[in-house]
Design a protein around this ligand. Structure first.
Ligand SMILES: Nc1ncnc2c1ncn2[C@@H]1O[C@H](COP(=O)(O)OP(=O)(O)O)[C@@H](O)[C@H]1O
Ligand SMILES: N[C@@H](CCOP(=O)(O)O)C(=O)O
Length: 330
């Protein structure tokens, strides 16, 4: 589920008077997603009906970051990227408050996310990521990645302190510590290592954040982990999220298509290609750590579905055992 905060009819009616988007026709919570509360809102203006998404921002989103996220979506949409466009109220402000939470309305995107990834999804996904990176370059404000390499040791320590860590995941804390010791000294731009191109990255472009209509990619959503970081790290996140099957096996055809799609828009430099194994290991580490933390700290009776950290630990093992870029289809 992802409706953490209920919205009463009266509160919604009062909220909508601040907009010029027509009268309310329908309103329902969306069960998918894990971070925020999302609702579909249908309004009518004269004869025309329109759908919107109402988001109430919850636990992990720092309210101070919301203007950056909404500004980035506005910028990307203006550049022609198909992403949700924040809708301003009559006073020109898109970021407002509802039911005690920061809230915003954005445009509704058509399409469905692929429940099963196939090879034909991967090139369009790569190309869309490349377009996102190019389109983001004109957005001046910067947001550091709060879940980048500096955040990984504290996240691991926080999980290690949890009394259930060793019984739920025997040996995992030590394995992740050993993996961190291998990854961090090789991270681009640290300890005198050459840096790589930076820009605004999505940082969570998993299949559930990418919509398709038939074989056509129709839009990208969920920019609430977006930040300014290594562009190739975003590629590495997608290699993890799109190129492993349900058994945890890496699919090099998917990876090749993803990279070809990306490079049809933004070719990777030789240094970016060389860095793919460590970036992919870092991406697997990031999702292993946040999933592990959430697994240990989400009460079993909570309505949200906990995501399995081991799925990303297995990816991490693959990357650490695969130090050459050939294995990625490069
Ligand atoms: N702009 C949008 N257009 C259409 N559906 C959307 C849009 N934004 C979110 N959704 C729906 O809400 C679900 C959860 O959104 P998401 O942003 O991934 O939530 P969370 O950040 O809480 O994980 C998506 O899977 C999709 O069904
Ligand atoms: N993609 C992350 C969790 C974030 O979920 P989202 O619903 O906001 O995309 C993971 O799989 O661990």
């Amino acid at each position: 589920m992802a409706v953490y905060t209920d919205v009463s009819d009266d509160a919604l009616a009062a909220f909508l008077t601040e907009y010029d988007i027509g009268g309310l026709v329908a309103f329902r919570g969306i069960a998918e997603g894990v971070e925020n509360s999302n609702f579909v809102l249908r309004t009518a203006h004269d004869e025309a009906q329109r759908d919107f998404i109402l988001t109430l921002y919850e636990k992990r989103v720092d309210p101070g970051d919301l203007p950056w996220f909404l500004g980035l979506m506005q910028h990307l949409a203006a550049q022609g990227l198909n992403c949700p466009l924040p809708v301003a109220g009559r006073d020109g402000e898109a970021l407002r408050h509802l039911a005690g939470r920061p809230a915003a309305i954005t445009t509704f995107l058509s399409g469905v996310w692929p429940r099963q990834v196939h090879a034909h999804h991967c090139a369009p996904l790569g190309a869309a990521l490349g377009r996102l990176h190019l389109a983001g370059s004109g957005y001046a404000p910067v947001r550091a990645n709060g879940l980048g390499p500096e955040a990984w040791p504290p996240l691991l320590r926080a999980s290690a302190k949890n009394e259930r860590a060793s019984s739920a995941f025997p040996g995992l804390i030590d394995e992740l510590q050993a993996a961190l010791d291998r990854i961090l000294p090789h991270w681009p731009g640290v300890a005198g290592r050459p840096d790589l191109p930076h820009g605004h990255i999505h940082a969570d472009l998993f299949p559930d954040n990418v919509f398709f209509l038939g074989d056509e990619l129709s839009g990208l959503i969920d920019f609430y982990f977006a930040c300014t970081d290594l562009l190739a790290y975003d590629v590495a996140i997608c290699l993890n999220a799109w190129c492993f099957d349900d058994l945890g096996d890496f699919n090099v055809t998917y990876a090749r298509r993803l990279l070809e799609g990306y490079e049809s828009v933004r070719p990777l430099s030789a240094a970016e290609r060389e860095a793919l194994p460590v970036l992919a290991a870092g991406a697997a580490m990031r999702f292993s750590l946040t999933r592990l933390y959430d697994w240990l700290n989400t009460p079993a009776e909570a309505l949200v579905t906990r995501k399995d950290p081991m799925a990303y630990v297995r990816r991490l093992r693959f990357h650490l055992a695969t130090p050459t870029i050939g294995a990625y289809g490069v």
